[in-house]
Ligand binder design. Structure first.
Ligand code: CTP
Ligand code: CA
Length: 223
């Protein structure tokens, strides 16, 4: 019978993708966040689904929607919520791509009422969030592929290799904010992939859809 999905390379693979920023509440109206649009992660989720994978997308707050109806989307807000959701999903996952821009710090306390401004300056105590990718790297079984991102402004490759090793990744996708056309909110990106054998592949500036195809091809080659 003419079922094209039978020949797709990621058929029967369960994939977990995270995307977007996390928002860390300060009080009922304010939060600490970052400039991540979620575009890269959503493009990856779409491409993997197009290659036949069963995709779960854990998304921080973004303005984006998924077009492939097969993608199961779970919305989260904070780093703590993203961690809990990832932990629930990871065991039954074959391939995990952590593209979310998770907050590194969160307010020590969340005010239950709106904080009123005073005549003086104001500061907030922050505590570290859990490193989700590091925890998944510790839990990773040999059959699972784990892929992370690194966003750097300087000493990019050295920092990316440190993260690759520390977080027990199969490969890391390096984004440099120094590359014109790459990074937050843009529709294009320029990446370097470094794998666990330290084989490095540098790609041209491309649309995020095309970048997602390159990442997906690397995943298929790594299986
Ligand atoms: N990450 C994570 N949990 C965090 C912080 C980061 O899972 N609390 C993941 C990101 O999703 C990304 C990778 O770790 O896949 C690297 O994120 P990045 O911010 O580049 O590195 P950090 O390890 O947070 O270090 P730093 O921000 O100091 O460079
Ligand atoms: Ca970080």
């Amino acid at each position: 019978v003419n079922d094209i999905s039978k020949s797709l390379p990621l058929k029967n693979k369960k994939v977990l993708v995270t995307a977007g920023p996390t928002y860390e509440a300060i009080d009922p109206v304010r939060f600490i966040g970052n400039h991540s649009s979620g575009k890269m992660g959503y493009a990856i989720a779409e491409e993997l689904a197009n290659q036949g994978a069963q995709v779960t997308l854990i998304s921080g707050p973004t303005a984006l929607t998924v077009s492939n109806q097969g993608i199961k989307k779970i919305d989260v807000i904070s780093a703590a919520e993203m961690l809990e959701t990832c932990k629930q999903e990871f065991e039954q996952t074959d391939i995990c791509i952590m593209s979310a821009a998770v907050a590194d710090y969160t307010p020590q306390e969340v005010a239950t009422q709106k904080i009123k401004k005073e005549a003086t300056d104001f500061s907030i105590q922050l505590k570290k969030t859990e490193d989700i990718l590091y925890q998944l790297g510790e839990a990773k079984k040999p059959h699972q592929l784990l892929i992370g991102f690194a966003l750097e402004t300087n000493d990019e490759e050295a920092f990316a290799i440190q993260k690759l090793k520390k977080k027990n990744l199969d490969f890391i996708v390096l984004n440099s904010l120094n590359d014109i056309g790459a990074g937050f909110k843009k529709d294009t990106n320029k990446i370097t992939i470094i794998d666990k054998n330290l084989v490095k592949t540098t790609f041209e500036l491309k649309t995020k859809t095309e970048v997602a195809k390159d990442i997906c091809a690397k995943i298929i080659a790594s299986l």
